[in-house]
Ligand binder design. Structure first.
Ligand SMILES: *Cc1c(COP(=O)(O)O)cnc(C)c1O
Length: 380
């Protein structure tokens, strides 16, 4: 079976993991800081906290920005459910902005209209989660400008976009946001098994995120609120979680990050090749605007909705796994129970009926890619 995505692992990763396994520190050791520094170098993020997965990264981002009951978080319906669930963990309300069918990212025009209405009704969001869908950056300058005008915080959910650039700015730098989160799940651009990171510009916010990722515990005596001299003393100052990454995973991450350029180049080469090979088929292909660079986490084509599910079944018969990214979040049973329904976000719903994700990962060979293309040719 050709999967739709998978990790790429070499001897260097295996050696790095074994070295940690033979060592003393499996967690809370030096590999964490090494990985955070390397990620900061790749993304230009001033502050990085490595955490146990991308969902925890989003939860921490919301907690650090003080999201709570009575607050609102806005997200896009075309994302993984974690992009909205992070608000629910904090007891906040979720609402969505429909997508721009060209980029499949949240529509900045619709965002501006919705903000205007929300201001009149005194229902402005506290946080906007902008997802760089498939690795194609959202229009961050425009989003940042709106955040300044209406006073909300911006989280970039960059689970798809490690290695992407918005204009000349690396995703993760937080130049146009308060916080950026990453995931290192095996289908993402780099993999640590489970894993994630939170990036931000402010040291103060960064320290708070690190504390929240480790039970809300402070170990630096200079920051204690109750003065204690004993070396065993630590203080729990906030209600945090155990969202730490292990050193075993961080060692894997350090080597994977060294290969980021290789991974992105390979993904981009395969996308260019798909675009050339599929051009005559009745499909809508992804487009990269000239001013941005997409790391292409997934390759999504669109087709007539009547045939989409049959195409998935035919590809499966030919041992090709395709996928749908995503069934709109607001139509998941959990969100329907909160009052969302069909027709709420028509562009997202129309896209979701047409979308098909084809296999894309660095080790997909040209021969396997040709197999996918000829399967599509005969099926369509
Ligand atoms: C993968 C993903 C997440 C969650 O990451 P995990 O590491 O699996 O928890 C969040 N948002 C998006 C858009 C994702 O693709």
């Amino acid at each position: 079976m050709i999967p739709y995505g998978r990790q790429s692992v070499g001897q260097a990763e295996i050696d790095a993991v074994v070295e940690v396994l033979r060592g003393e520190k499996w967690t809370q050791g030096p590999k964490i800081g090494e990985f955070e520094l390397a990620l900061s170098a790749k993304t230009s993020a001033p502050f990085v906290a490595a955490v146990c997965n991308g969902t925890a990264a989003l939860h921490l981002a919301c907690l650090a920005l003080d999201l709570g009951p009575g607050d609102r978080l806005w997200a896009t319906p075309i994302s993984f459910v974690a992009s909205a669930n992070c608000a629910r963990y904090c007891g906040a309300e979720v609402d969505f902005i429909d997508i721009d069918p060209q980029t499949r990212n949240l529509s900045v025009g619709k965002l501006a209209q919705k903000l205007q209405r929300a201001k009149a009704e005194n229902r402005l969001p506290k946080i906007l989660v902008a997802v760089h869908f498939a690795g194609l950056p959202c229009d961050m300058a425009a989003i940042w400008e709106l955040s300044q005008e209406y006073g909300f915080s911006v989280i970039e959910d960059a689970a798809h976009a490690l290695g992407s650039f918005y204009r000349d700015t690396a995703i993760g730098s937080c130049r146009y946001s308060h916080i950026t989160t990453f995931s290192f799940h095996p289908v993402k651009t780099i993999a640590t098994g489970e894993g994630g990171a939170v990036c931000c510009r402010s040291e103060e916010l960064g320290q708070r995120i690190k504390m929240l990722a480790s039970h809300g515990i402070e170990r630096n005596a200079q920051n204690f609120t109750h003065h204690q001299q004993q070396p065993w003393y630590y203080e729990q100052q906030l209600l945090g979680f155990n969202y730490r990454l292990t050193d075993i995973q961080a060692a894997l991450g350090v080597v994977q990050l060294q290969r980021l350029g290789e991974f992105v180049a390979k993904r981009r080469e395969l996308v260019t090749r798909y675009n050339q090979l599929l051009t005559t088929l009745p499909l809508t292909l992804p487009v990269e605007p000239p001013q941005h660079l997409a790391a292409w986490h997934i390759y999504v084509v669109e087709m007539a909705p009547q045939i989409r599910d049959a195409v998935i079944a035919r590809l499966h018969e030919r041992k090709i796994a395709s996928n749908v990214h995503y069934h709109p979040i607001h139509l998941q049973p959990h969100y329907r129970k909160l009052g969302f329904t069909e027709g709420d976000f028509p562009e997202a719903e129309a896209y979701a009926r047409r979308a098909l994700t084809l296999p894309l990962y660095p080790e997909l060979s040209f021969a396997e890619q040709d197999q996918v293309v000829s399967a599509l040719e005969s099926v369509l």
